[in-house]
Structure formats: C-alpha cells, structure tokens
Design a protein. Structure first.
Length: 166
C-alpha cells in the first residue's frame, strides 16, 4: 500500500535544501511544504551564519508561518534542513517541536558544507514516537555555495530507496 507522503523543508541562502526537497518530491510524487520564518533572515551569507550560530547556541526557536498543509494528514514525512552549527536550522526545530510524531514515519535529510554534525540524530530525538527510514546527508561546497559534492548517483540511489520504501 502506498502511503501518503509530505516533504517539509527549510532552506535559506542558495536554496540547496529546497533543491533536494524538490528532487524528492518529483521522485516520490509527494506533497511539499516550505517552512518560512515569520521574520525572514536578511543580510549577507556570513551575517546569517553569525546570527544562526547565536540562535543555535541559545536554543532559539523562531516563529514560523503556518504550512499550506496539515502534517497530521500524512503517514510519511520527509524533513529536510540545512546544517547550522552541527545541528538543524532553528526553524526546523520549531516545526518539529510543534507536531506529534507518534506513529509517523520520518525521512530525515540534511544539506551541509562538509560538517554534517549531529543533525540526523537531533531530528530523531525531536520526533519522539516516529519510525525512521532513508536518512541522507548531502554535501555542498563549504563556502555556502550551490555546488553539490555528493554525487548525483548517490542522490539517485537515495531517491529510488525512498520511493521503493513507500
């Protein structure tokens, strides 16, 4: 039986996480929703990185806008986030903390610039009661650019794995 799947992601700067989320959406024929903060991040890449570091260190959870869909209506939810100082972006932490994960299947994925940190472990810890499947870490260049280091073959294999697991 095919399960109803939603992809929820947060992306900033070059949109690397958005790019991966859209590839997953196409492969899995899933619904998709982007997390947006009420107060958007502004400034240069380095200014956003500095602000992100302060927020991560403080455990800050920014207010996020309501999604266009209700995650409660889905069996499988892929959650994608860029890596911010070795963990998930604060906006993703806000989203994860606002939902009940009991009985859901979560597919955690992250984008990172060479330092994956403990993002996937942190997502799992925030989704109490969920089952996990198909986790993936996708590396981009370390300067905040959009050059993907992880091979497209690895991405294709992951997409196939997720699609077959539904």
């Amino acid at each position: 039986m095919t399960k109803k799947m939603l992809i929820v992601y947060y992306s900033v700067s070059n949109g690397n996480t958005r790019r991966i989320a859209r590839q997953l959406q196409k492969a899995a024929q899933a619904d998709i929703a982007e997390i947006e903060t009420v107060v958007p991040y502004t400034g240069t890449y380095n200014e956003i990185v500095d602000q992100g570091q302060k927020e991560v260190n403080q455990g800050y959870r920014p207010q996020i806008r309501p999604l266009s869909v209700n995650p409660e209506d889905y069996d499988v939810i892929a959650v994608g986030t860029p890596t911010w100082w070795y963990t998930m972006a604060p906006a993703m932490l806000t989203f994860l903390s606002e939902h009940n994960w009991q009985g859901k299947t979560v597919i955690p994925f992250q984008t990172h610039g060479g330092w994956p940190g403990h993002v996937l472990r942190d997502i799992k810890a925030a989704c109490k009661g969920a089952k996990f499947f198909g986790e993936m870490a996708i590396q981009f260049d370390s300067t905040g650019g959009d050059k993907m280091i992880t091979s497209s073959n690895e991405i294709d294999e992951w997409l196939q794995h997720v699609k077959q697991g539904l």
